[in-house]
Design a protein around this ligand. Structure first.
Ligand SMILES: Nc1nc2c(c(=O)[nH]1)N[C@H]1C(S)=C(S)[C@@H](COP(=O)(O)OP(=O)(O)OC[C@H]3O[C@@H](n4cnc5c(=O)[nH]c(N)nc54)[C@H](O)[C@@H]3O)O[C@H]1N2
Ligand SMILES: Nc1nc2c(c(=O)[nH]1)N[C@H]1C(S)=C(S)[C@@H](COP(=O)(O)OP(=O)(O)OC[C@H]3O[C@@H](n4cnc5c(=O)[nH]c(N)nc54)[C@H](O)[C@@H]3O)O[C@H]1N2
Ligand SMILES: [Mo]
Length: 620
């Protein structure tokens, strides 16, 4: 997705030209505090404020009110989780039946409008996707949907969709439907119009590309060609030799005997952790490189301690930012910690391939070399960066952008032949012959509404009446620094905060600050209750990031004490097309926790046995 991401329309178009921004999943400031590699300047927040000052109208379509931007006014349209496609289809129905759609645009720039039109009008399935139909699924008011469609057609409208909406059953559909809707409005390629994905999912989305890439380590070529979508990890370990349909192919799960994990916390990120606990028993050996005693480290046979950024020299940069930072070592590595490079160089040496791995350079030389590469890549685009020594001394360097403004598909709009898209037809595919040819009923050839496996419309609500959303945590990045004071200050009764509506709390006898048990058939965890009408009735929100802390680590399914939502989430692929994770498709029940509350032990470090007492000393 990187190409598409990098080519997003820049904020200036929204600030200067949009009249209306309809944000599915909102534009929460929380997530813009983060950028892979680090944000240098908080441009997303600044841009939204400037747009608000100019009078751009924001509409937040989300089950959660404060998903809206926090510094400008926005109207909140609360919908049932995972029903966004239904709302978009309802909007499309209004546009088509009232003749408000741009038929010239779909004819010139798109393929497949007739198929979409037939689907929207219900010509083949007998179900017209009217505003009333959309209202019955989403809980929105039908008249509000009709009025919104008319307003979107009358104004310069940006359709923004965050990334969380894809982490749901059939999560491909909202994106395809958002593009379809934007095509009907005919504003794709115009400043301030069209669509954009993830404008507030990280800081960098709405900024211009640098034109060159900051350098990374050469990746080499992996002689092993088999791969799996990472969200299918548990299935891979449980089902060697099994098959998986993916993007028109059939993949076979290899028989994995050894897992080596560096730079990730599957006991944070993976869905249905109780299944993972079982699957994790299958490989013979698990090796983990980690600076911290996380749940993943606890579940490893061998843990190689890694330096933190304070214990090594490094470069920090992000391909969406124009600043590179000199990350200088402040203290000597603690204990036996080494950086990943040194660990892998050491392993390479034991395998007799040290020179091939290191390229004959040590870490410092790599840093100098990578900086020099960036400097010449920048120079090729007439962007000046200082010499390494000057950069390192000053602590940072800034690459002046040559372009600051970009319109997604702007050149395609100007000349759809010369700037044909990379799709098979060269146009925007409202209908894709290729995807249709896969024959997937869970992802046919155009955007459709599909009931999610679990949602507020399912029969399962009799037992589990609350839809659980697990967004990114405000106080940290994923599970990182959960042990630190900033993250701990955000806990309630030592646990992750579970936000629920006061009326849902009242019928369950839950008060603010109570320890609650959140559960379904897959697992149970404790959390600290936060009562707020910012979440809709029937919806609860438990952020990710609490270090997985089972009451009895030997038993899969034992009570998780700390509030890790992934003991509750469903571990299925979004569809056969993408096989992506679907954590936001989860029903639960919540009760006040009775009995003595168990202490959180996730942060208790292990007893350290001096290496010399039981192992031969490792050469540094
Ligand atoms: N502070 C902080 N910022 C982060 C991160 C972090 O860990 N901490 N992680 C970073 C990373 S790696 C990523 S990928 C991005 C993720 O960015 P996103 O995926 O955009 O963010 P989330 O916080 O998962 O979800 C945002 C909101 O989507 C809403 N939502 C969930 N399901 C639905 C739905 O079905 N319909 C609608 N309309 N709304 C829904 C939820 O209420 C939630 O608050 O964030 C990045 N930014
Ligand atoms: N329920 C639910 N689950 C989700 C999501 C959700 O919205 N809901 N979001 C998903 C998303 S978008 C993402 S991106 C994932 C994130 O999931 P992960 O990327 O697995 O989460 P992190 O906590 O960032 O894990 C990074 C780990 O790397 C370690 N680390 C830090 N520096 C170094 C280093 O220099 N070397 C090594 N070897 N290790 C280091 C950290 O201590 C930490 O344990 O979670 C996913 N899971
Ligand atoms: Mo992510």
């Amino acid at each position: 997705m990187d190409g598409l991401v990098g080519n997003h329309s820049t904020w200036d178009g929204i600030v200067e030209h949009s009249e209306l921004v309809v944000a599915f999943g909102g534009l929460p400031r929380r997530n813009t505090q983060v950028q892979a590699g680090g944000p240098a300047r908080h441009e997303a927040t600044e841009a939204i404020s400037r747009a608000g000052k100019r009078g751009v109208r924001f509409i937040t379509v989300s089950p959660v009110r404060d998903d809206g931007p926090d510094r400008v006014a926005s109207e909140w349209l609360s919908l049932r989780p995972n029903s966004d496609v239904a709302v978009m289809l309802g909007l499309a129905h209004v546009l088509i039946t009232e003749g408000l759609h741009d038929s010239g645009f779909v004819e010139r720039y798109c393929v497949g409008f007739d198929t979409v039109r037939a689907y929207v009008l219900g010509e083949n399935d007998g179900v017209p996707k009217t505003a009333r139909w959309a209202a019955s699924l989403s809980g929105l008011d039908a008249n509000r949907i009709i009025a919104l469609a008319r307003e979107m057609a009358a104004k310069r409208t940006m359709i923004a969709v965050n990334w969380a909406i894809q982490r749901a059953d059939h999560g491909e559909q909202p994106y395809w439907m958002a593009v379809t809707l934007a095509a009907l409005l005919g504003q794709i390629g115009l400043p301030g119009g069209g669509f954009g994905f993830g404008y507030s999912s990280t800081n960098g989305m709405g900024r211009a590309e640098l034109g060159f890439r900051w350098p990374a380590f050469p990746q080499g070529k992996n002689p092993v060609t088999s791969f799996i979508p990472v969200a299918r990890l548990t299935d891979l370990l449980l089902d060697p030799g099994g098959h998986l349909e993916f993007n028109g192919e059939v993949l076979t799960y290899p028989d994995i005997r050894l897992v080596y994990w560096a730079g990730g916390n599957p006991f944070h990120h993976h869905q249905d952790l109780n299944r993972l606990v079982e699957a994790w028993q299958r490989p013979q050996t698990i090796i983990v490189n980690e600076p911290y005693w996380t749940a993943t480290a606890r579940h490893a046979d061998i843990v190689l301690p890694v330096t933190t950024p304070l214990e090594r020299n490094d470069l920090a940069f992000s391909n969406r930012e124009n600043v590179v930072i000199a990350m200088k070592q402040l203290i000597a590595p603690m204990g036996e910690a080494r950086d990943d490079f040194a660990i892998f160089a050491g392993l390479a040496a034991r395998l007799g391939i040290e020179e091939a791995f290191t390229g004959g350079r040590d870490a410092t030389e790599w840093i100098r070399n990578m900086y020099a590469e960036a400097r010449s890549a920048a120079a090729a685009h007439e962007i000046a960066l200082p010499e390494f020594t000057e950069f390192w001394q000053r602590g940072h360097a800034e690459a002046k952008r040559r372009t600051t403004s970009h319109i997604l598909l702007g050149s395609f709009r100007e000349d759809p032949v010369r700037h044909a898209l990379a799709t098979p037809s060269g146009r925007i595919e409202l209908f894709s012959k290729r995807i249709a040819s896969f024959g997937y009923d869970d992802c046919p050839g155009h955007a459709i509404w599909h009931e999610p496996a679990e949602w507020l419309g399912s029969p399962l609500t009799v037992r589990y009446p609350l839809h659980l959303l697990s967004p990114q945590p405000a106080e940290k990045l994923h599970s990182q620094y959960d042990q630190g004071s900033v993250s701990r200050a955000g806990k309630v009764a030592d646990r992750a905060p579970l936000r629920l509506h006061p009326s849902d709390a009242a019928i369950r006898g839950i008060r603010n600050g109570d320890v609650v048990k959140v559960f379904n058939d897959r697992g149970a965890c404790l959390a600290g209750a936060v009562l707020t009408d910012a979440v809709s009735q029937g919806v609860v929100q438990l952020p990710t990031g609490a270090w997985y802390d089972p009451a009895d680590p030997k038993i899969a399914g034992s009570l998780e004490k700390h509030g890790n939502p992934n003991v509750l989430t469903l571990d299925h692929g979004s569809s056969r097309l993408a096989q992506a994770p679907i954590c936001n498709t989860t029903l639960v029940e919540v009760v006040a926790f009775e009995g003595p509350v168990p202490a959180v032990t996730a942060f208790t470090p292990p007893a350290i046995v001096p290496a010399s007492s039981h192992l031969p000393k490792i050469e540094r």
